[in-house]
Design a protein around this ligand. Structure first.
Ligand SMILES: Nc1ncnc2c1ncn2[C@@H]1O[C@H](COP(=O)(O)OP(=O)(O)OP(=O)(O)O)[C@@H](O)[C@H]1O
Length: 663
């Protein structure tokens, strides 16, 4: 039924639609990989280099399929790993009427988590009589902690266990990281009781939904048949990032055994990086495997950058640099390395800002995307400078860029929305972030309205608040948020916002007294602090570094490498950071060109893989260094380099900028 849905004559139309011109997917210099990729509808893995247009290709295929899809009860299932990727696909599809149809029944476009919730975990829990109110790890854990007897809490604290010991891994509420408290202990029993009670009340942690999804499949094996009939064609974006739990579950739903769905995965195994060092990739249904369709051309950057970053791929791919795109009308720029020492680490960002001003025209500075990213962005000890982003920019707030976890305070909800709307430029994010923060505060205060809804958070709040009551406070609060573009000063918070927020949270939750957890969630915003001395850098809590500070001409978005996966920037500065060792210093042999790839071959011809930590380091920095279209910069300690090494770098086309010396 599916074979004829994308025809040769559709390819030029789809390329045009994606803004690539009619020849966007046409064969180039004998390479017809993209043209063939467009036509294929069999089960295949598209393993392709950074910037090769995987997401673009996926959306182009979907646009054609949307027009030809004639089935009313069966749909296309498009799964991504993150909300950011889902939103990217959604916004690209929304450019055509047929694309918009794909966002509705009978199709599904969403994250793997939302698919698992909607089709498996939620219906299963409902069938067991549980109404799911909220899937939010922070809220579920706060509820569970509050359910524990006081002496259990004390015992857990004494054993250095945090709330996360209340996450379970089995359908009997057992498992999880309970430290020295084995199943026979009273403390363990209290933990299990709190887990069970809060789950029965409808509060779940994010990853627990997979437990219930698996239980459904165990109990009702016919569910897979139904899902395969419903979704004969499945696309998975960012497939390299799937965890074992996700991969195994998807394989079981769509592939294992008879009559599998057709499944196409898009990804790049060299870019497989995970949210935490304890996570690892899938072992079931490895990506890529089986029929692999490579696409070697990167449309993001040119050949010079391709040649310099290629070696950082664990399995170096033949990288053809067919970029950069000429959408901002400038040529690729000379790569640069900023060198610093303990005393000048905070000079790096201003020097980068100045370098951008010297390199790009005012128009490019206005239209381009400029970032500075570090492998480690959570603060640690004050030694081993540079340990994390905070050593370069003391006011950096890591919670603002954690895309998947929920913010942990009202102010952080707003900060994240400011950060996100800096990229998109709409107020909708601020309005909904305010509403989400109020709903989260209300849940913490004991509200039981639940957050599982297809409606926007703003609509939910308006519906719950009665007219004449706190709805007026809600309107006034939204007006304050919008007037201040989400950046509420401590003064405005104290004088106006706080009372409104408390009034709304009381009405949403039906609780007169707001306890300690809610009070902590509603802590006042901090005034921006400037670091001491000449190297003072002032960023706002939204992690935008503006330069020059007094009359900004460029905005640099700060973040972790994880937070920029899949993104395209005009210029990217990759800052060194520390995890067991300094990342970039450890990668020096790759920068100097003496090593390439994730393995070496011994004189006897034996292939020896780099250690696990080094492989992680390579992948992380391969993602980082393949983001820019026009300018790649690095920042490293000056004393990381020995005799002659800086000359080697200069010979390899790196411009050296020494921040230890006055500008
Ligand atoms: N066929 C093409 N011709 C010209 N430009 C293209 C083509 N395909 C994609 N592009 C452009 O290349 C850039 C990268 O595309 P995209 O983000 O889809 O790549 P990706 O493979 O998903 O990247 P990553 O692996 O880093 O996530 C975008 O600016 C896109 O518009």
């Amino acid at each position: 039924m599916l074979d004829d849905l994308i025809r040769e004559e559709d390819v030029a139309w789809a390329a045009e639609l994606m803004g690539l011109g009619p020849d966007g997917f046409a064969p180039v210099e004998g390479d017809d990989s993209r043209f063939r990729a467009m036509l294929r509808l069999d089960t295949v893995d598209f393993e392709a280099c950074p910037g090769s247009g995987k997401t673009t290709l996926l959306v182009a295929k979907l646009a054609v399929l949307a027009i030809r899809w004639a089935y009313r009860q069966q749909g296309i299932c498009v799964l991504s790993h993150t909300n950011a990727a889902r939103n990217e696909i959604g916004s690209k599809l929304s450019n055509t009427a047929a694309g918009i149809a794909l966002m509705r029944y009978p199709h599904f476009v969403g994250t793997i988590h939302s698919f698992v919730n909607e089709y498996l975990a939620l219906p299963w829990l409902r069938s067991k009589g549980v109404e799911v109110r909220c899937v939010d790890t922070q809220i579920a854990l706060a509820k569970r902690w509050a359910l524990l007897p006081r002496n259990t809490r004390w015992a857990l604290q004494q054993a250095n266990l945090t709330e996360s010991c209340l996450i379970y891994t089995q359908p009997d509420y057992g498992g999880g990281a309970t430290g020295r408290f084995g199943a026979q202990t009273q403390t363990y029993q209290a933990i299990v009781t709190a887990r069970r009670t809060s789950s029965e009340q409808g509060y779940f942690c994010f990853d627990e939904m997979f437990i219930w999804a698996r239980e459904l499949l165990d109990s009702c094996p016919e569910a897979t048949r139904t899902l395969r009939r419903r979704y004969p064609l499945v696309f998975i974006d960012e497939a390299q990032d799937n965890s074992e739990a996700q991969s195994a579950l998807l394989h079981r739903i769509f592939c294992e055994g008879d009559a599998p769905s057709r499944r196409q995965r898009f990804g790049d195994s060299n870019q497989a990086i995970y949210a935490s060092s304890s996570q690892s990739g899938a072992t079931t249904d490895l990506f890529p495997s089986g029929d692999v369709h490579p696409m070697p051309r990167s449309y993001r950057f040119g050949q010079d950058l391709a040649d310099k970053v290629q070696g950082l791929g664990v399995t170096p791919q033949p990288l053809i640099g067919a970029g950069p795109p000429d959408n901002i009308g400038t040529d690729p720029k000379e790569r640069a390395i900023f060198l610093f020492d303990d005393g000048s680490v905070q000079e790096v960002l201003p020097r980068y800002g100045q370098h951008l001003l010297d390199t790009f025209t005012a128009e490019v500075l206005e239209r381009g995307v400029f970032t500075a990213i570090a492998g480690v962005h959570e603060p640690g000890g004050d030694d081993n400078i540079p340990r994390a982003m905070g050593h370069y920019v003391p006011t950096y707030d890591p919670s603002c860029v954690r895309k998947e976890a929920s913010p942990s305070s009202f102010v952080q909800y707003l900060a994240r929305a400011r950060f996100e709307s800096a990229a998109v430029g709409n107020t909708d994010k601020l309005v909904n972030a305010t509403a989400s923060a109020l709903l989260a505060a209300s849940e913490l205060a004991g509200g039981t309205h639940g957050r599982m809804s297809r409606k926007s958070p703003h609509r939910r709040v308006v519906e719950i608040l009665s007219e004449g009551g706190a709805r007026a406070s809600y309107r006034a609060l939204q007006e304050i948020v919008l007037t201040h573009a989400g950046e509420i000063s401590p003064e405005v918070w104290a004088a106006q916002a706080r009372a409104l927020v408390e009034d709304i949270v009381r009405q949403l939750s039906g609780t007169a007294e707001l306890d300690g957890t809610v009070v902590a969630f509603l802590t006042a915003p901090q005034a921006p602090i400037a670091a001491e001395g000449e190297a003072a850098i002032l960023t706002r809590t939204d992690n935008l570094f503006t330069y020059p500070a007094d009359a900004p001409r460029v905005r640099v978005r700060l973040g972790s490498i994880h937070s920029v996966k899949g993104e395209t920037h005009t210029a990217t500065l990759v800052l060194d950071s520390f995890f067991h060792k300094h990342h970039l210093s450890e990668l020096k042999p790759w920068l100097l060109g003496s090593k390439s790839g994730g393995s070496t071959t011994t004189p006897r011809g034996k292939k020896v893989l780099e250690g696990i930590r080094m492989l992680g380091r390579l992948k992380l920095h391969y993602v980082a260094m393949t983001r820019p279209t026009h300018l790649l910069c690095l920042a490293m300690r000056k004393d990381a380099f020995g005799d002659g090494e800086l000359n080697t770098l200069a010979d390899r086309g790196w411009r050296i900028i020494d921040c230890c010396a006055p500008a």
